[in-house]
Ligand binder design. Structure first.
Ligand code: SF4
Length: 279
């Protein structure tokens, strides 16, 4: 059994949330460049240049890409041969979030749902655990902004809806969302499982890099089809029109009940923040 200090996990979480909020991924920046080169709308091309410039300033001046620095979502792949010592895993993660949001000067967005009283330190983190083979811990930090999250939906389709019903629902969702999720968006889609599982699949889909297709060729084709349809909606970057409304669409698919076709659409904004580390 390999021992890992809780304090090490705290440090990694702290650094990941600061890094994610300051440094937009190279895959997203490259997708901005493709839009700048190809979007038919001059206004859209200008907006994409502004988004790229915003990301440059954040990176070079060590400041957040967006004022909404998100709720702290954490995915943990926990090796079954790891023993956390010197504290427990949940507390270690929350302490990392606390330190990261304080020391990185990141806005604290977590509050009570009714009183709206801020918890003061952006905890508790939303933590998803998976137990995996091995003696390592893989940690993925996802600061998730409220605007895009509000546009997300879970819907229990009937099996007869089929692949076309799934695609129509996603495209209609993005049409209704319009400029609210600060496009160009990344669209995470969960299909199958149960009500709660499909939502986690959709969130997990957002961890992929732009351009990384589902390994199943049929599913990959659905991703490309939906991306093309969303980009024909004309919403464009930040809603100013154009054909760069989404940068990518990711499907994660699992078996479901014979009576169900669960579907979740988790919308991510252009501030597509996620960083990971393995201890
Ligand atoms: S949706 Fe994204 S870009 Fe828009 S305000 Fe929220 S975090 Fe910022």
């Amino acid at each position: 059994m390999r021992e890992i200090q809780a304090s090490q996990i705290t440090k990694v979480i702290r650094d990941l949330f600061i890094d994610a909020n300051y440094n937009l991924g190279a895959d997203v920046l490259a997708a901005f460049d493709r839009g700048i080169a190809t979007d038919e709308s001059p206004v859209a091309r200008e907006v994409l240049k502004e988004l790229k410039e915003n990301a440059r300033i954040a990176r070079e001046e060590h400041s957040p890409i967006c004022q909404d620095t998100g709720l702290a979502v954490v995915f943990v792949d926990m090796g079954q041969d790891v023993h956390v010592v010197g504290g427990n895993l949940r507390d270690a993660i929350n302490e990392g979030v606390r330190q990261g949001y304080k020391e990185g000067y990141l806005r604290k967005s977590a509050c009570h749902p009714f009183t709206r009283k801020n918890t003061g330190d952006n905890t508790p983190a939303i933590i998803h655990y998976d137990i995996v083979p091995g003696d390592k811990i893989r940690i993925m930090a996802v600061p998730k902004g409220g605007g895009a999250e509000n546009m997300s939906r879970v819907h229990m389709l009937t099996p007869s809806a089929g692949a076309e019903g799934v695609k129509d629902f996603i495209v209609n969702r993005m049409k209704e969302a319009g400029s609210n999720p600060c496009p160009p968006t990344i669209v995470g889609v969960g299909i199958g499982g149960t009500f709660e599982r499909t939502a986690i699949l959709a969130k997990k889909a957002l961890l992929r890099k732009v351009g990384q297709r589902n390994p199943d060729p049929e599913i990959a084709k659905m991703e490309r089809d939906v991306l093309e349809r969303i980009n024909k909606l004309g919403i464009g970057p930040m809603g100013y029109g154009g054909n760069t409304t989404a940068l990518d669409v990711f499907f994660e698919v699992e078996p479901c009940h014979i009576a169900s076709l669960p579907l979740a659409v988790n919308v991510q904004c252009h501030a597509n923040r996620h960083k990971e580390a393995t201890i």
